[in-house]
Design a protein around this ligand. Structure first.
Ligand code: PMP
Length: 301
């Protein structure tokens, strides 16, 4: 599903056949989750293949490595160029891009002396995920910011995401909503969260979340369309039964929530401001103009 005998990946300066690439089995990345990664998407636009917010993603990868004390010398510009070449050799436009920084063989609990960069790409043209997610408040909390560098995208953190996501699926929900150690809403297993109430959007501040690049794009859209928003701490009770809600992330894009803990959001998705943000986001990733949405919103008010 992710690769076949024709797929090519990037590994430390080489373009290799994915089926032939290997890794060492005696390393901290595999044993302890001591690795950093990114999730990036490219889109087929009228002007050709465009990697969305490539610099922001690669800057975050470098910052994640720095926070984890993993030596990593690539510049974002170098990685962007490699990625465009990799997409081309794989014949991909609408793609998911997964850079991964793994540590060289070493089983100790001290920092890595050397790292390797792997970039994998695969086809992704299935558009939106389900746009009516039924989510539940997870019994698993987000990793404690005093125990982890939660703002970094570290492989090991995702064990927590797997536990929360699987718990939700086992209970018949689509996804989990994780709280921080104080019971405030934090985020989903792999996306940030917003809710809408009385024509205003709310989202948790940084602290216990991965500060998403899509979340920052939502702020940009709000500024351009004149939609008000606030970063604040809130409990799930405040979000339950609000007007609308959505998850946002590179893979999910903007995906509508139907209910939280079986309490439905009140508005029809189409009449929410959140739906306008979803539309605008699609235009932005495809590099299309979305400012016309502003006049539509003004008419509606
Ligand atoms: N939170 C978590 C835990 C994630 O894994 C992701 C996906 N990278 C996000 C939020 C959203 O981040 P972004 O918008 O940068 O993809």
């Amino acid at each position: 599903m992710y690769y076949n005998e024709k797929s090519i990946l990037y590994y430390d300066g080489d373009f290799l056949e994915a089926t032939k690439a290997t890794t060492d089995l005696y390393g901290q990345s595999l044993h302890y989750g001591y690795a950093v990664f990114e999730g990036i998407k490219s889109y087929k636009t009228e002007k050709g293949t465009k990697i969305f917010k490539a610099k922001e993603h690669y800057d975050r990868l470098k910052r994640s490595a720095e926070l984890m004390m993993i030596p990593f010398d690539y510049t974002s510009e170098e990685m962007i160029e490699i990625t465009y070449n990799l997409l081309e050799v794989n014949g991909l436009s609408d793609a998911y891009i997964r850079p991964l920084v793994i540590c060289s063989p070493n089983m100790s609990l001290s920092k890595s002396q050397k790292s390797s960069l792997v970039i994998e790409v695969w086809n992704w043209n299935n558009g939106y995920l389900a746009n009516n997610m039924r989510i539940m408040t997870s019994s698993f909390e987000r990793p404690n910011p005093k125990a982890f560098r939660v703002e970094a995208k570290v492989s090991g953190h995702y064990v927590n995401s797997i536990l929360a996501c699987q718990e939700a699926k086992d209970k018949g929900f689509d996804e989990a909503l994780l709280l921080d150690a104080d019971g405030n809403v934090a985020e989903s297993s792999g996306a940030n969260v917003f809710f809408e109430k009385n024509s205003k959007l709310y989202t948790p501040p940084v602290g216990s979340i991965l500060p998403g690049i899509t979340r920052a794009t939502v702020f940009e859209i709000c500024d351009l369309l004149g939609i008000s928003y606030e970063e604040k701490l809130f409990k799930p009770e405040e979000m339950r039964g609000a007007d609308a809600g959505f998850f946002c992330g590179t893979a999910a894009e903007i995906v509508a929530l139907e209910s939280l803990d079986q309490v439905s959001f009140q508005m029809s998705w189409e009449s929410s401001l959140s739906a306008q943000i979803q539309k605008a986001y699609r235009h932005i990733v495809l590099e299309e103009d979305y400012t016309y949405l502003k006049s539509q919103l003004q008419c509606a008010n």
